[in-house]
Design a protein. Structure first.
Length: 269
């Protein structure tokens, strides 16, 4: 297996897994703690509309997905806070609209869309140098943002009313954070796909929460779990010749069950 390190695609996959784990570890902790997993699912599936339009126009589908995800993220945030539309209804509207648009435009695209399955189920071994650069930039951006605004994000996450008394612009931060969620989802689509991305954003955090209650420790342990599962998943998928994205998620679930079982046995003992 050591000979694989001589191939750029394999090294790209490992680097992508590393920085995606960092990004999803940070953003996923915010999502789980804020209890907006359903919103993230809506953004994820809405991005399919951008992928369909991207194929139809002959441009990079990730660009279309990026635009669609940001618009849906801000749209859901606006409708749920500034209008009488309930949050779950707003999510359902954008979710179904994005999927419908994606299916329509893919159907209208001449020929066959050969890379569509990689966006649905992920294909980390086909990550390009440009996509890798985007993953690294996003990881650095999110890490810096959370580091510089850590205390404000804590207030906004756990007690937004108190945050307003501290003159923190809660609405502005909510929009920025939901856009970062959208960016994370789009950039991570190539790693594990639309169908599996929610697992990478929630399972490491749920696993970490079995051990820690401290926000900072949950972030760090989520990143660690994500890295372990991603590297292990890539290795296992190579050895058994199975899809890497699904294998990464399987490994995450295995780690969750393992820690949950150990914790249960510890309490019983």
């Amino acid at each position: 297996m050591s000979e694989l390190f001589s191939y750029n695609f394999f090294n790209y996959a490992l680097i992508a897994a590393l920085f995606t784990s960092i990004t999803c570890g940070i953003i996923g902790t915010y999502i789980v703690t804020k209890r907006i997993v359903f919103i993230s699912g809506g953004i994820t599936h809405t991005s399919f509309g951008g992928i369909g339009i991207g194929y139809f126009l002959g441009m990079n589908p990730l660009i279309g997905a990026l635009i669609f995800s940001i618009l849906s993220a801000t749209g859901i945030e606006f409708l749920s806070r500034k209008t009488e539309v309930r949050e779950d209804s707003a999510i359902a509207i954008f979710w179904s609209f994005g999927m419908a648009i994606g299916i329509i435009f893919i159907y209208l695209t001449p020929g066959y869309a050969p890379n569509l399955m990689s966006y649905l189920f992920g294909s980390i071994l086909t990550v390009t140098a440009m996509e890798l650069l985007l993953i690294i930039i996003l990881s650095v951006l999110i890490t810096a943002f959370f580091y510089l605004n850590y205390q404000r994000i804590l207030y906004i996450t756990f007690d937004p009313d108190f945050a307003k008394t501290r003159k923190i612009r809660v609405d502005l931060y909510n929009y920025v954070l939901i856009i970062l969620v959208a960016l994370t989802i789009v950039i991570s689509i190539k790693i594990v796909g639309i169908i599996l991305i929610m697992s990478l954003l929630t399972i490491p955090q749920s696993t970490s929460n079995l051990i820690f209650n401290d926000y900072r420790k949950i972030i760090l342990s989520s990143i660690t779990i994500g890295i372990i599962a991603s590297f292990s998943g890539i290795g296992i998928s190579y050895y058994f010749n199975i899809p890497s994205g699904a294998t990464i998620i399987f490994t995450l679930v295995f780690i969750f069950i393992l820690i949950k079982s150990v914790k249960w046995l510890w309490k019983k003992g």
